[in-house]
Design a protein around this ligand. Structure first.
Ligand SMILES: [Zn+2]
Length: 130
């Protein structure tokens, strides 16, 4: 349930921000999800709905923007996005092994340099009438 813990974290973050701004309701959330975060967008949406229940974020619209994964090649110095062939890897392994092949020199001596994070890009709130 990687998605669920992520969703709970997102809800906590946005409700804190909303409270700071004295918002009464969160209408929309824009989330950037890195390709290497290994999160399933559909499951994340579902988890978000559950996590948001009873909070300011209840029934908020969740927009998910995907961010391409990027690697650094230690062999030829290539830095940039890679095409993942939807390798069926456990997400816990991603940090530990070099699983991505450099698109330039085909080396496996690579390091993930981007697209591993999930972050809230923007939220839209409804403010109180006062
Ligand atoms: Zn390379």
């Amino acid at each position: 349930m990687h998605e669920f813990s992520t969703a709970v974290g997102v809800v906590e973050t946005i409700t804190d921000v909303a409270k700071e701004h004295k918002a009464t309701r969160i209408k929309k959330v824009e989330l950037v999800v890195g390709e290497f975060s290994m999160l399933n967008n559909e499951q994340l949406k579902f988890a978000f709905e559950i996590a948001a229940e009873g909070t300011l974020a209840e029934k908020a619209e969740l927009i998910i923007e995907s961010q391409k994964g990027e690697i650094d090649c230690k062999n030829c110095g290539f830095k940039g996005p890679v095409e993942t062939q939807k390798k069926d890897v456990d997400h816990f392994v991603v940090d530990l092994v070099n699983i991505f092949e450099c698109p330039k020199c085909k080396s496996n001596n690579t390091k993930i340099s981007g697209g591993r994070d999930v972050y809230v890009k923007n939220i839209e709130v409804e403010l109180g009438t006062k």
